[in-house]
Design a protein around this ligand. Structure first.
Ligand code: ZN
Ligand code: ZN
Ligand code: ZN
Length: 207
């Protein structure tokens, strides 16, 4: 008996079973079926498609994870009159939630990727990981809007009118721009310095 992709047998919650386009099981009579033949497992318990998606997810994640962490430091907090809300509750940006979900699928995963997908349980988690990375990359792009900076004054005109402009696409640079005089900065190391200024507690600033 051939081993099928874990998405077909036993299946992965929320994930469509992998099928071969244009090929059908015996007895398939649906005219609208684009292909219902389950894909065979090729690498561990994953089919070729799932394995490639998984490898792609790792390389995306290697770039996305540090990037999301940096984004998080310059993202707006829910504030009331310059303070966090009285309960101390700080809503998490969607990107943080998405990144946490990705990390949750990696819990307990061995370093050896092939070893991980050689078990049904590991392969199912690897599939979930792959899709979670895709969602995190998308959430990042949907989430971001221009945000006003609250600490840093424009180096050119000294007005408190800087905005952070998110990257147009994943891995593009963040830009900080003055809405008054047009001064712009998009050097990543300078953006990190601006992020550090924005992250300073209010007390230190006024002391
Ligand atoms: Zn079919
Ligand atoms: Zn598959
Ligand atoms: Zn300015």
């Amino acid at each position: 008996m051939t081993l099928l992709c874990v998405t077909c047998d036993p299946g992965v919650p929320g994930v469509r079973p992998c099928t071969v386009r244009g090929e059908h099981r015996d007895g398939c009579e649906s005219d609208s079926c684009g292909g219902c033949m389950p894909r065979e497992a090729r690498i561990g318990c994953l089919c070729q498609v799932c394995w490639l998606r998984y490898e792609q997810a790792w390389s995306t994640w290697a770039l996305l994870e540090p990037y999301l962490d940096r984004f998080d430091r310059l993202s707006p907090r829910e504030t009331v009159g310059g303070r966090t809300t009285p309960t101390g509750y700080v809503p998490l940006p969607q990107t943080t939630l998405a990144a946490d979900e990705v990390r949750s699928w990696l819990t307990g995963a061995p370093d050896d990727a092939r070893a991980w997908v050689s078990t049904l349980d590991g392969a199912a988690k690897a599939v979930q990981f792959s899709f979670a990375v895709q969602r995190a990359a998308r959430a990042h792009q949907i989430q971001e809007q221009n945000t006003r900076l609250h600490r840093m004054h424009c180096p050119a005109c000294a007005r408190l009118l800087l905005v952070r402009i998110p990257p147009a696409a994943f891995l593009d640079d963040v830009t900080v721009k003055c809405t008054h005089c047009g001064w712009t900065q998009n050097d990543p190391s300078k953006i990190d310095e601006i992020a550090a200024i924005e992250a300073m507690p209010w007390k230190e600033k006024t002391a």
